[in-house]
Design a protein around this ligand. Structure first.
Ligand code: PMP
Length: 343
């Protein structure tokens, strides 16, 4: 756990990787077996539209398969959506702090990112609605929000949609939804079913632990989803990822159980940090948000020097992913040491 102590070596070997919001559990055996089986046909062409997978997702949620698009992770789908529905001259709104890659993905689509400052750690939905102009084509919402862990509920999203003009699409990024309390988090799919302006993107990377395989899906009104298909050739889901995702869908109970365990660990770490007097809001993701202000940088450096990687969001705070109990204990111990030194 300890750093080398040498002044010229500031970053120790990483022992606990808590900066990437990975799922800390190894693949479920059934998922691994399905992936291994699919490797035997790797010499054959792939199902480009992932019809087996989109069909299974459509069936799971009782929606038309035409409304589902599979992609190489939710990041690729965000890019495809922005390419299809924004572009030169368009503005795309998002709250800040939120997922660090939103501005990059928006610029990749040749549109203009507009970051609307959060109200404390809450995505300011009223300010987002006020910031809409005739050029605004898309609003990105993150639920739960990375990095703050904030969870948006049904009523506030309904109010937001009511305040939004008809020409604006809303893409709700639910990359972490399975770690949130289902009683509190809005169901993006229900909102999308009721309002054609709403699209939802989800991923197998976090809750299902398929991060390295690249697979996610987007649900939208049929014409909104159809516009993503011409952008598909560069974002196909590999055969092995399709097979693993299908098996992961079948392992829903085990996945839920694992997410509950991660959420329990997350809340245990939060309770420990609150006991130390730290300001840590409740989180619906597999991570916590530490409002450390100017202490963010020294805290991240202190953890790095002791083998724990966490993420600083410049000028805002520190995001700490939830890892194994051992990794989480290391965070608590180092936070205690840091507080004794610095506070
Ligand atoms: N959305 C959010 C909020 C994320 O944090 C991430 C990854 N960190 C993604 C989307 C992309 O994830 P993936 O492409 O692996 O599905």
């Amino acid at each position: 756990m300890r750093g080398t102590g040498k002044a010229d070596i500031r970053v120790a070997q990483i022992i606990h990787q808590l900066s990437l919001n990975e799922n800390c559990s190894p693949p479920l055996p059934g998922v691994l077996e399905a992936a291994e089986r699919s490797l035997r046909t790797m010499h054959l062409t792939l199902d480009a539209l992932a019809t087996g997978l989109t069909g299974a997702i459509a069936e799971r949620f009782a929606i038309a398969p035409e409304r589902v698009v599979a992609g190489a992770g939710s990041g690729a789908l965000l890019q495809q959506f922005l390419t299809a529905h924004s572009g030169p001259g368009a503005a795309v709104l998002h709250a800040w702090p939120s997922f660090e890659l939103y501005p990059l993905l928006i610029r990749n689509a040749l549109a203009e990112p507009v970051a609307v400052p959060s109200d404390g750690d809450r995505q300011d939905l009223a300010a987002l609605a006020d910031a809409v102009t005739p050029e605004t084509k898309v609003v990105l919402l993150c639920n739960p929000n990375n990095p703050t862990g904030e969870v948006l509920g049904e009523a506030e999203l309904a109010d937001f949609l009511a305040a939004l003009p008809p020409h604006v699409l809303v893409l709700i990024d639910e990359a972490y939804r399975e770690f949130a309390d289902p009683a509190r988090i809005a169901d993006g799919l229900a909102l999308a079913a009721a309002d054609d302006r709403v699209a939802v993107v989800r991923t197998f990377s976090k809750s299902h632990g398929l991060l390295g395989l690249r697979v996610g899906y987007l649900v939208a009104a049929e014409p909104v989803a159809a516009a993503l298909r011409p952008t598909l050739p560069f974002y196909r889901v590999p055969t092995v990822a399709q097979a693993a995702a299908l098996a992961a869908l079948d392992a829903e109970d085990a996945m839920r159980e694992r997410c509950r365990a991660v959420a329990a660990e997350r809340d245990r770490v939060r309770a420990g940090l609150l006991e130390l007097g730290w300001d840590v809001p409740p989180s619906g993701g597999n991570f916590l948000w530490l409002r450390l202000g100017e202490r963010s940088k020294p805290f991240v450096a202190y953890l790095a020097a002791n083998g724990v990687a966490v993420r600083e969001i410049a000028g805002a705070g520190v995001r700490v992913s939830t890892g194994t109990p051992e990794a989480n204990d290391a965070v608590l111990m180092l936070a205690k040491e840091f507080a004794a030194k610095e506070f």
